[in-house]
Design a protein around this ligand. Sequence first.
Ligand code: ZN
Length: 212
Amino acid sequence: MSSFLHVEWTVRTVETPRVKRPCGRCGHVQPFSSTGKFRLNANGNRLDAWLIYVCAKCGNRWNRPFFERRARQSISDDLLQSLQTNDPALARKVAVDLPTASTGLAADTDMAFSIEKKLLGLSVESDAPLSLTLLNPGACRVRLDRVLAEGLNLSRRLIHQLADDGVILLIDGSKKALKKPLRHKMRVNFSFEPSAVPDLRHRLFGLVHPLE
Ligand SMILES: [Zn+2]
């Protein structure tokens, strides 16, 4: 018996802007995310401060200069304390405000995000086994195929393959919407559970037991 499952995903931005730069460990350009932590170094009367980033793929660290070789007396006690305690407000401000253009760094256009999953409905009496509503209340700038890929833990290539095969059906648009930014309130249906992804229900909502 097929059962109907309606799940809602709410997508939210979780991070400050990422920066694209070459990663020494990965060997090519990767997005780096701020850890929200600072590193301070004193050299005589001079201080250096960096905001620590990590490669989104491999976790390799990169210290992004905030200021370098500044005289201790030119730094307020408040700022020093914020750096020493990794003040979240300061870390956010630095990550948002630091210019990328002058440093030859590229901002990553796709933002990092989180997905909150909620079960909206469950029934055993439907031909449309799986339905997903996507909410984007904060207008997080991210492509639909990336949200589906990360939310289902599948490759983007497989997401497009499933759309080509008619498994993934975009209710208010064509397949082209996969490559476009996620809108608020989008509806995606899954016409059946494909053999390539036998645990689709689990991936949609993290169900421990498959529904019969
Ligand atoms: Zn890396």
